[in-house]
Design a protein around this ligand. Structure first.
Ligand SMILES: [Zn+2]
Length: 98
């Protein structure tokens, strides 16, 4: 029900993040677009740019995660299932990533 009240843009952003079909990491490369093998926010070259890293473990985004999602880190994506859609959208906006 939370989705119905959202704009098409917000729904599109949420679906992109949930499915991994946006210009992040390897998916961007699959589309023939430039991409980074490492994560751009924390510059950790050992970390592949993934939705998991973006949502759960990036230390460069930890304060924003805490502010909007209530925790600095998540150990897996299922822990985000308790998050409110509005909070997730605010996090996405605050990161400037999508
Ligand atoms: Zn990172």
């Amino acid at each position: 029900m939370q989705l119905i009240a959202r704009s098409r843009t917000d729904i599109s952003r949420l679906l992109a993040v949930m499915t991994g079909h946006w210009l992040i990491g390897v998916h961007s490369g699959r589309l023939g677009l430039p991409f980074n093998h490492y994560y751009r926010s924390c510059k950790d070259r050992r970390k592949e740019e993934t939705v998991f890293h973006f949502l759960c473990e990036c230390p460069a985004l930890a304060v924003r995660k805490k502010t909007f999602l209530g925790r600095y880190m998540f150990s897996n994506l299922s822990e985000l299932s308790e998050s409110r859609i509005g909070d997730l959208l605010r996090y996405l906006t605050a990161t400037g990533w999508i």
